[in-house]
Design a protein around this ligand. Structure first.
Ligand code: PHE
Length: 463
């Protein structure tokens, strides 16, 4: 996408932002974290964090992108040089190296997350292929057998992750991603309809009531000392905030767009998709006693098993995994595009060279998560596999720390009047009052929540 290209329609922004936000985070990771943290109380905590932490950060990132017209690294550079509020922020120790560090940290973390995301996208691709093949087979091998085959074959996972990354690279290289992202965006409503149909069928299972109770009835005794940090990490991951993806999208936004409203809509849609995914999966998991509540088990074992029992299940299965794959492709392109545009701005390389270098680095890095259940099977800490360790280190620890730094950079790098001019819309009276709240939340509440969550998490290690 050309930097000067501003989306000509309002829909363009929504399609791409929602396309980036909705992905594996909603359908695969959300049910797992909810399962690990005991259900309803965590869902409540998650929704609160989405509104009080994810949304304010999302608005802040979009404002930074719109204001500077750049990606996060150059955007942070602009904040470091901003003459407004200079004294105030330097008194707090937020000098130019701090802003540069935040930009570089965001790009490095995005690369690490993308190399891990590519492996899980490869799993989705595996199921797309399996459902395709199932039309030609007479006897179906069980989904458990397919999952075991995938989990024990690290080279297969690496191959699939490489295919995924190559596809993302080709799309970014050919510059067709704007068209593709929109296409992915148009398919999202169809995916939404499919999700609702499947959710209805799943809730009609005898375990439906139990699943509703599990998801919606808050039992606070089920929360643990790490739950707040898990909620914050997952909110940042699923809304694509903290990493600067939304800064890049904000730089393409049209002048007329009201940023807070856009941020609110993206948050709302993403949260609903996650809740729907929970409502789809938990009745299935609760009705079958032998489905493991572990990462791959929850979506990749439970869902195919359920689908194959429905009439027309193969078609539903194929449609579901194709839609899921397109959603992960949309999210991966967003992340990849963000890394490429930052490196391009920083090193002044051309696009082809930047794309190849980024792609090759990611291919190498994806070997670690891809081989975690085979070659690196022996590496386990507190019963967690390498993939689970990576997941919690990147998403539950580094991402909240980065979000904290981004909140500080946005609070002290842009002056109140600069932020007001992009937040307040004189035709919307409520935006004046909301502005004061947003400033306060970003400056005090978001950092406090993240520091509290980190403190509680580390306290958990002591007890
Ligand atoms: N939000 C995406 C998901 O839920 C993942 C993602 C994170 C994409 C960060 C871009 C940036 O799957």
């Amino acid at each position: 996408m050309n930097k000067k290209n501003v989306w000509s329609t309002r829909l363009g922004f929504y399609l791409v932002a929602i396309g980036s936000a909705c992905g594996l985070g909603n359908l695969w990771r959300f049910p797992v974290v909810v399962g690990e943290n005991g259900g309803g109380a965590f869902v409540l905590l998650y929704v609160m964090c989405a509104l009080l932490l994810g949304l304010p950060l999302l608005i802040g990132e979009l404002i930074l992108g719109r204001k500077t017209g750049k990606s996060i690294m150059a955007g942070m550079e602009a904040l470091a040089e901003n003459p407004h509020q200079k004294k105030e922020r330097e008194a707090l120790g937020l000098k130019p190296p701090f802003f540069r560090l935040v930009g570089a940290f965001a790009v490095l973390l995005s690369m690490a997350i993308l190399s891990y995301y590519a492996v899980i996208s490869g799993w989705v691709l595996h199921f797309v292929i399996q459902f395709l093949v199932s039309f030609t087979e007479t006897a179906n091998s069980t989904t458990s057998a397919r999952l075991i085959e995938l989990m024990t074959n690290g080279w297969l996972q690496m191959g699939l992750a490489s295919v995924h990354l190559l596809l993302v690279m080709i799309i970014v290289l050919k510059g067709v991603q704007e068209g593709l992202e929109k296409w992915v965006g148009y398919m999202m409503p169809a995916f939404g309809v499919l999700l609702v149909i499947l959710m209805y069928k799943s809730i009609s299972l005898p375990s439906g009531i139990e699943a509703l109770r599990f998801l919606l009835y808050p039992d606070f005794s089920k929360l643990n000392l790490s739950s707040l940090l898990s909620a914050i990490g997952h909110v940042c991951f699923t809304l694509s905030v903290g990493l600067g993806t939304m800064v890049t999208f904000g730089s393409y936004m049209r002048e007329q767009e009201h940023i807070p409203t856009a941020g609110f809509r993206v948050t709302l849609v993403d949260t609903f998709v996650s809740i729907f995914a929970g409502l789809l999966l938990f009745p299935i998991v609760l009705s079958a006693s032998n489905i493991p509540l572990t990462d791959p088990g929850l979506l990749f074992e439970a869902l195919p098993r359920f689908l194959l029992e429905l009439s027309g299940g193969q078609v539903f299965g194929l449609l579901f995994f194709v839609c899921l794959y397109l959603a992960t492709l949309g999210a991966s392109i967003g992340l990849f595009e963000m890394v490429v545009s930052n490196l391009q701005e920083k090193f002044k390389w051309n696009r082809t060279r930047t794309t190849w270098i980024t792609g090759l680095l990611l291919l190498l890095a994806s070997a670690i998560p891809a081989l975690s259940s085979s070659v690196f099977k022996g590496i386990r800490v507190q019963g967690m596999s390498l993939l689970e360790i990576l997941d919690s280190f990147l998403i539950n620890l580094l991402l909240p720390v980065l979000a904290l730094l981004v909140a500080l950079a946005l609070s002290y790098g842009l002056s109140l009047s600069e932020k007001r001019s992009l937040f307040v819309d004189n035709h919307r009276i409520e935006s004046v009052a909301l502005f004061e709240h947003w400033i306060w939340i970003l400056r005090y509440l978001v950092p406090t929540l993240i520091v509290l969550a980190l403190a509680l998490h580390f306290l958990g290690f002591l007890f």
